[in-house]
Ligand binder design. Sequence first.
Ligand SMILES: Nc1ncnc2c1ncn2[C@@H]1O[C@H](COP(=O)(O)OP(=O)(O)OP(=O)(O)O)[C@@H](O)[C@H]1O
Ligand SMILES: [Mg+2]
Length: 305
Amino acid sequence: MIYTLTLNPAADLELQIDEFAFDSVSRANSSRLDCGGKGFNVSRMLNNLGVESIALGFIGGFTGQRLASELGKMNIQCQFTQIAGETRTNVTVVEAGNKRHIKVNEAGPNISPEELSNLVEQVKQNLNAGDWWVLGGSLPKGVSASFYAELITLIENAGAHAVLDTSGEALREGILAQPSLVKPNLEEAQELLGLSSEELTQTQGWTQALLAMGPKNLVVSLGKKGAMIADEHQCAEFTSPTIVEANPIGAGDSMVAGLVWRLSLGESLSQALPYGLACGAASASRQGTDLGSLEQVEQLRKQIN
Ligand SMILES: Nc1ncnc2c1ncn2[C@@H]1O[C@H](COP(=O)(O)OP(=O)(O)OP(=O)(O)O)[C@@H](O)[C@H]1O
Ligand SMILES: [Mg+2]
């Protein structure tokens, strides 16, 4: 089974108006609500690929209920941990024709120590050797930067595989716990190494330096260029298939879905990577928060040697 964990989910509300007008009332021409959060995106992409997953995370209030019901409609199994606070809403107001937009993110709820231990219990109850766990996204208030590291230790000690996709301190502490796979993008990789982009291009063996920090396998995504993979034996760069880019936000989450899908079937990282690239490219070719389809992924996969 593949589990996805979203600790800091959000309802992403997008309202479209004709034109910004301050100090007056604007009427929305259309509105859409999406389930925001890296783990949810991975579950949504897996669902498009026809692969089952179970979504875990913190859910609170009416917004939380709404997210749970939207995921339920997509046939994604959910095992959420209820919290007293309200799940955050992130609002984007866009002008027709995508001219300009304003995005305001709510700070989100505070997680109590009891709620945190309820979530850890929920994870423990689902731990089985051979399963895959995707830990993705930022941490909510009340959760320490070492929390992913604690979960990774639990998961890996149970003989399951943890995949980490986050940034900043949570990523730095998380990789020290030796997850099975970590997937930073280039910016996140630079931050981990404390190097500028120029310094990175001049540094030989930087992927091995990242591996030395703890992860068993590494995929660094390079946006439209593709990705690099490294383990203790090898380091290789793969080129992504060519698409017409529509919206690359969430391409990384789709890539993680593709990788975990193939790894969970027993494939090696270099066998799985073409599917990761194809999934990332498929989703980058879609408008808005739409993610790639299985048919599109299979087509794009054929373009990769
Ligand atoms: N324009 C594009 N053309 C082709 N492939 C793309 C494009 N954008 C993204 N991809 C694919 O998706 C993968 C992940 O993209 P990227 O490196 O942008 O991830 P990311 O920065 O983690 O994204 P996010 O965190 O927003 O999901 C890339 O390695 C590549 O295979
Ligand atoms: Mg990313």
